[in-house]
Design a protein around this ligand. Structure first.
Ligand code: GDP
Ligand code: MG
Length: 191
């Protein structure tokens, strides 16, 4: 079991994670105002998953690290709030990308689709991409239907999920989904 984690551990750096078996980085992308910060904030208080604690980030202010216990395995997920800066040069590539839009804002959906396209063209295919349609609670202000979001996700081979960061709807499912996708991609033999 430990042996199968070697691949991911090789890429670790810093002393933040000396205490955990694995850490995965998740870049959170999407237009301003779609709810990225609130989603990440909700993750930190996500309880049904057995989230143990919120570990404060060591360096930059926009990285939030969350300890998740899933299937009796401890994992550190480090969320990096990157807005639309998908092309920014990074020394460390994340294991997953959360591309967020608001279903009340078509412009943000178009931006999300462009990000997905960029990721498909420029990023290794073994990275997990999750398309997140947030603000699902604002039904009357909806501009992007679920089907449209689902089709875009299908086209770019992403997972699709609808959330409401405000109500905490599907937030735990998103957290589990991100982690499961990462594990599935890194260790297809252990789904
Ligand atoms: P960011 O720029 O992507 O980080 O977006 P924020 O997390 O700062 O959210 C922008 C605004 O949208 C804030 O006023 C949030 O309270 C609100 N917001 C975020 N998510 C939701 C949601 O799911 N539903 C509703 N109704 N409002 C939300
Ligand atoms: Mg923000």
């Amino acid at each position: 079991q430990i042996g199968s984690m070697n691949d991911s551990q090789d890429s670790l750096d810093g002393d933040l994670m000396t205490c955990v078996s694995s850490i995965y980085r998740v870049a959170v992308l999407g237009s301003l105002g779609v709810g990225k910060s609130l989603l990440i904030n909700q993750f930190t208080s996500s309880e049904p998953l057995g989230t143990l604690q919120e570990c404060s980030s060591d360096s930059d202010a926009d990285g939030v690290s969350i300890m998740v216990v899933l299937n009796e395995q401890e994992t550190m997920l480090q969320f990096m709030d990157k807005q639309e800066d998908v092309t920014a040069a990074t020394d460390i590539l994340p294991e997953a990308y959360m591309v967020v839009y608001s279903c009340t804002c078509r412009v943000s959906f178009k931006a999300a689709v462009q990000i997905c396209q960029h990721l498909k063209e420029h990023v290794q295919t073994d990275k997990s991409v999750i398309l997140v349609a947030n603000k699902a609670d604002l039904a009357r202000r909806r501009e992007v239907e679920s089907d449209e979001g689902r089709r875009a996700a299908f086209r770019y081979e992403c997972k699709y999920i609808e959330t409401s960061a405000a109500l905490g709807l599907n937030v735990d499912e998103l957290l589990v989904g991100v982690l499961s996708q990462i594990k599935l991609n890194l260790h297809p033999e252990y789904p």
